[in-house]
Ligand binder design. Structure first.
Ligand code: ADP
Length: 580
């Protein structure tokens, strides 16, 4: 129970928890061995004092030398073990945490990525884990080890002399009380710093992504000034936060050290009243030099632990977000897509209301409607990129919410507007459509998608790297790569988002040709913009404000005074106007 809470609090994996226990154990041993060294020093000084004061014979060198040697050997072995159990094992823990987080991210519903943007997630995977790495390696084992070993030593001190023990140790609980009392302040400062850091990194990422637009609009100065302000604000908030915690840490450290003064005062009094002898005070003074040492280290560490709590929480939150699960068996009866009374909201606001329609296998179903009417949302839901909030979606009679998204997506190809390309060659980017596809298969798909003509113009043909997210390709070229991927995959369901923007007429014809090869015999759901696609569709679903306004074949809808006919007329007029 305690273990689970501890593990959750510090975002540890199971292995990490075991390692921390190991680290704590070895820290206790190290601290006790060091105290043993103090004991040896005490014994040696005691016998010298006896020689000095009582004229006892000088002790032989053999025993102290043997003890010191033993101490050194023990010290070496235990420090080595401690090092391996803390620093050594932590690097594995960092790897494990990052891998399991990446694995987790893969399984999370896409809705999660809408809530946390890219800079935020990157910060968790890199920054937060880094911060926790320091806590795992430098803090947990050391701190908990210090608690235990100090408690043991304190127990011994009380057995020797409770008065001196109190004089020596009273500062420890007071110092820790002060630090824990200030925890809320520190945590608040830490959250504020984190937010400011995210704002700054968001700003930087945004600037890098939009550098072209910013330049084109001649907004560099204004933009840089805004970015500067965000960075300055981060610096200011961070300094303020660290100053705040710094004050508490130093105050705690000073209070703890007051113990030295009170021990001397109490000891002197006790000696004067004849209650103890000088050697006992000497023992306490020796111990005191060591007893604060682990705490000195841990005071700074506690501050770090408090500050890192925000990071730990962010990592834990990621682990605890429910994954989009489901059965790994998907055996649909055909591939008709049926929307049954589907409601959906991204956040609170419902954007689809009671949507019902069927996209039949072997047909092209076109979703049309004004911008913001919910077309893309329907396409995303059909592939379970999000889960519906009401109603259900069936594919071949199977409710897709019961199927593991990874398995489900095996039956889908998607050609969306925002084609995602990787910084690799053209060939590899197309091969992503089907794992293990041969070069011949990839080339055939590329040819069918009309990629040949632009690829031949690239310096190394299919082996040309295309830059980060296809920076070296035009919109139409990117889309053809994505069509080639879909052709290669040859999945029974195709979701298509037509982009009209940025395509010239020649490109459009080539894409149209490529698409017609792709559509054959599939269940096709297309977010249609082009009149040609719309008129050629088997079925039209007109969406308006998140509802199905009309449904039918193009001829049926054109035959009556429909919203669809009105839209077609409008588009014809504007197209005609453009031609003149
Ligand atoms: P269309 O594709 O017809 O232009 P969308 O499906 O993109 O329409 O959007 C439907 C509604 O959902 C719009 O009001 C839009 O603002 C909203 N919306 C779309 N995507 C998101 C999102 N990721 N988060 C919140 N709201 C969204």
């Amino acid at each position: 129970m305690f273990s689970k809470k501890f593990q959750r609090k510090y975002a540890l994996t199971d292995q990490g928890l075991k390692n921390t226990k190991k680290g704590t154990f070895w820290t206790v041993i190290v601290n006790l061995v060091v105290m043993g060294g103090v004991g040896i020093l005490y014994l040696l000084t005691g016998s010298f004092m006896k020689t000095l004061t009582e004229g006892a014979p000088l002790p032989g060198a053999a025993v102290p030398a043997a003890l010191t040697f033993l101490f050194l050997v023990l010290s070496f072995i235990t420090h080595l073990q401690q090092y391996q159990a803390t620093y050594g094992l932590v690097y594995n823990e960092v790897k494990n945490v990052r891998l399991s987080m990446a694995e987790r991210l893969r399984k999370l519903p896409l809705g999660y990525f809408g809530k946390r943007d890219l800079a935020d997630l990157t910060e968790t995977l890199l920054g937060d884990v880094n911060r926790m790495e320091h806590v795992w390696s430098h803090v947990l084992g050391y701190l908990y080890g210090a608690y235990i070993s100090t408690a043991l030593v304190a127990l011994c001190l009380f057995v020797y002399d409770w008065r001196l023990a109190i004089a020596c140790l009273w500062g420890v609980p007071v110092a820790f009380g002060l630090l824990f009392g200030s925890r809320k302040i520190a945590a608040r400062a830490s959250r504020r710093t984190k937010k400011a850091a995210l704002r700054a990194s968001d700003g930087i990422q945004e600037a890098l992504e939009n550098v072209r637009e910013i330049r084109a609009a001649n907004q560099e100065d204004l933009y840089l000034e805004r970015l500067n302000r965000k960075i300055d604000e981060h610096e200011r908030i961070m300094t303020k936060g660290e100053l705040g915690t710094g004050i508490f840490i130093n105050a705690a450290s000073v209070i703890m050290r007051l113990g030295v003064a009170t021990t001397i005062l109490t000891g002197a009094n006790l000696i004067l009243s004849g209650k103890i002898d000088f050697m006992l005070l000497f023992l306490f003074l020796l111990v005191i030099t060591r007893i604060y040492a682990p705490f000195d280290q841990s005071l700074a560490l506690i501050a770090e632990m408090i500050l890192s709590q925000v990071s730990a929480d962010r990592i834990t939150e990621l682990y605890e977000t429910p994954a989009a699960g489901g059965s790994s068996r998907f055996t649909p009866n055909g591939h008709d897509i049926v929307f049954e009374h589907v409601d959906f909201s991204y956040d609170k606001k419902e954007v689809l209301h009671d949507v019902c329609f069927t996209a039949k296998e072997g047909e092209v179903t076109a979703l049309v409607g004004p911008s913001g009417s919910g077309k893309s949302t329907c396409a995303r839901l059909a592939a379970r990129l999000w889960d519906v909030t009401g109603g259900r979606i069936l594919v071949g009679g199977v409710d897709i919410q019961t199927v593991d998204p990874e398995v489900l997506l095996g039956d889908y190809s998607m050609v969306f507007q925002d084609v995602l390309l990787f910084d690799d060659t053209v060939l590899e980017n197309i091969r992503l459509g089907k794992r293990g596809a041969t070069d011949e298969e990839v080339l055939a798909a590329a040819r069918a998608a009309n990629c040949e003509e632009f690829v031949n113009r690239l310096p190394k043909g299919y082996d040309t790297p295309i830059g980060e997210n296809g920076a070296r390709l035009s919109g139409g070229e990117r889309q053809r790569i994505s069509i080639a991927r879909a052709l290669l995959k040859d999945a029974p369901i195709l979701l298509l988002d037509e982009a009209t923007a940025s395509l010239d007429v020649e490109n459009e014809t080539k894409i149209q040709e490529a698409l017609s090869r792709l559509l054959c015999g599939k269940t096709v759901l297309v977010i249609a913009h082009r009149m040609r696609t719309i008129e050629a569709a088997d079925r039209i679903v007109v969406l308006s404000e998140g509802k199905v306004a009309e449904e039918g074949t193009p001829a049926e809808l054109m035959g009556r005074n429909s919203l669809f006919r009105h839209m077609v007329d409008l588009q014809r007029q504007s197209a005609g106007w453009r031609l003149k």
